[in-house]
Design a binder for this molecule. Structure first.
Ligand code: HEM
Length: 488
């Protein structure tokens, strides 16, 4: 008697009679095209891979919740999920490295992605940040070139330190992040031992329509710990999935990692006068000027059940905003608002928002229809607006964006500050003597792999301008004589 509950089927549901032997003409073959189970099995297998993320390909994900711990946050934003102390919102996070491919080692020196999806009652809110409060560049138009230098050389298919340092040395706005990256935070001990930052300045709007600028800081409750590069390199060879494994096992063992979320609130008008351009993502905003305010706690307490379905198919996008949270004019952020959902339409398909990990917890009501892999298509509902049917979804004008006045010509205008050195130098001077030693060793180790003397000298010039000692020590480490004009 067949076990109907547990029998193997084809994807159209027919029972499979034999999953070990293909249908052949006679004992020794050849195989017959009528073996549709064999054909389907091979055909589906042939299509198992989807494109990896163009950046941040290697990552690990987990689920959990976010709980508000401060009643005062609704003074600054009407975001529903932040409006009450004790309110819990389910969330998903994906940690990642930036430059490596899907199978690359977790412990390489690289920024780490820190991408959070909050499943709120007003739609998904994604905060797609890194473990660094700043970035290498500040205009989206430079991003593809930058990433080309981080990926493989078109001829050799090798990682290319000449390209990396050539680009950085020609883009001095990267100096702050380059210093951050070669410091102790450049290789976190685990994903649990690093902070997360929104990096850009975002805009919050409260119920009264008052706007504020905001910077996000997730501070690790496990503490921040780095990993020595020699240890990291060894682990890269012996266990390339070290951080992935650590995250999975700690959650599996009930040792749930958590982060406290703080924000810096910047009064709206301050963007005109603050000493740094708050929309320049290569700069930080001082905590002395805008102290951190606690918002809540994020706890990771559930591992994905299926990596591909829940982590590889996750689509996090800075464009996923909710009422009370808006974009700022930051030119990098503006480019990102397009790029993520665009790549996801290519990587996962136009209906990727319907996949379980991406599906909002609220009903989706709009007039978008059809497309590959459509999962429902709204049945008999009409598909246009405006219309005469009162029960059909209508726009809610209370959710129009908070107006932001702009002036000037439409033009290609560079940022008006070229001080790439003060904050990078401050970061260097803030480091302990030991950390400075490790920073110099890391910079010398990596810049030393660049074979172009002209590039090395140009980069050393930037280190000099940040702090003469910083430049001096890198030059000494590389055994280079630096002409006076390079230092100035
Ligand atoms: C992933 C573009 C800057 C953090 C991605 C992806 C693209 C992209 C196309 C792949 C997304 C996917 O396939 O799902 C860009 C562009 C940038 C930029 C065009 C600049 C204009 C940044 C910055 C940060 C950042 C400044 C951090 C503050 C991330 C993270 C991911 C990611 C964390 C991985 C998301 C995930 O885990 O699925 N980026 N990026 N990116 N980016 Fe960016």
């Amino acid at each position: 008697m067949a076990d109907y509950k547990n029998r193997l089927t084809t994807s159209s549901g027919a029972p499979v009679g034999d999953n070990q032997n293909s249908i052949t003409a006679g004992e020794r073959g050849p195989a017959l095209i009528q073996d549709v189970h064999l054909l389907e099995k091979l055909a589906h297998f042939d299509r198992e891979r989807i494109p990896e993320r163009v950046v941040h390909a290697k990552g690990a994900g987990a689920f959990g919740y976010f709980e508000v711990t401060n009643d005062e946050i609704s003074k600054y934003t009407k975001a529903d999920f932040l409006n009450e102390k004790g309110k819990r919102t389910p969330m998903f996070i994906r940690f990642s490295t930036v430059a490596g491919e899907l199978g690359s080692a977790d412990t390489l020196r690289d920024p780490r992605g820190f991408a959070v999806k909050f499943y709120t009652q007003e739609g998904n809110y994604d905060l797609v940040g890194n473990n660094t409060p700043i970035f290498f560049i500040r205009d989206a138009i430079k991003f593809p070139d930058f990433i080309h230098t981080q990926k493989r050389n078109p001829q050799t298919n090798l990682k290319d330190k000449n390209a990396v340092w050539d680009f950085w040395s020609h883009s001095p706005e990267s100096l702050h992040q380059v210093t951050y990256l070669h410091g102790d935070r450049g290789i976190p001990a685990t994903y649990r031992h690093m902070n997360g930052y929104g990096s850009h300045t975002y805009k919050w709007v409260n119920e009264e329509g008052e706007a504020f600028w905001v910077k996000y800081h997730f501070v690790s409750d496990q503490g921040v710990k780095g990993m020595d590069e020699k240890v990291a390199d060894e682990i890269a060879g012996t266990n390339p999935d070290y951080h992935t494994e650590d995250l999975f096992n700690s959650i599996e063992n009930g040792d749930y990692p958590s982060w406290t979320l703080y924000v810096q609130i910047i009064p709206f008008e301050d963007y005109k006068t603050y000493k740094w351009d708050i929309f320049d993502v290569t700069k930080t905003v001082s905590q002395k000027d805008y102290p951190r305010i606690e918002v809540g706690k994020m706890v990771l307490n559930r591992n994905p059940e299926n990596y591909f379905a829940e982590v590889e198919q996750a689509a996090l996008s800075p464009a996923h905003l909710v009422p009370g949270i808006e974009a700022s004019p930051d030119k990098m952020l503006q480019g990102r608002l397009f790029s993520y959902s665009d790549t996801q339409r290519y990587r996962l398909g136009v209906n990727h928002e319907q996949l379980p990990v991406n599906r909002p917890v609220v009903d989706i009501k709009n007039n978008q229809r059809d497309g590959y892999m459509q999962q429902g298509n709204y049945g008999t509902n009409i598909n246009y607006e405006p219309n005469s049917y009162s029960e059909e979804p209508k726009e809610d004008t209370s959710n129009r964006i908070n107006p932001f006045e702009v002036e000037g010509e439409a033009a290609q205008v560079p940022y008006n500050s070229n001080d790439h050195y003060t904050q990078a130098g401050d970061l260097y001077r803030l480091m302990s003597a030991d950390e400075k030693d490790r920073l110099i060793e890391a910079v010398v180790g990596h810049l030393g792999q660049c074979t172009m003397e002209e590039v090395k000298l140009r980069q050393i010039g930037h280190f000099y301008k940040a702090d003469a000692e910083y430049g001096e020590r890198v030059a000494e480490g590389l055994g280079l004589h630096v002409p006076e004009e390079v230092k100035a």
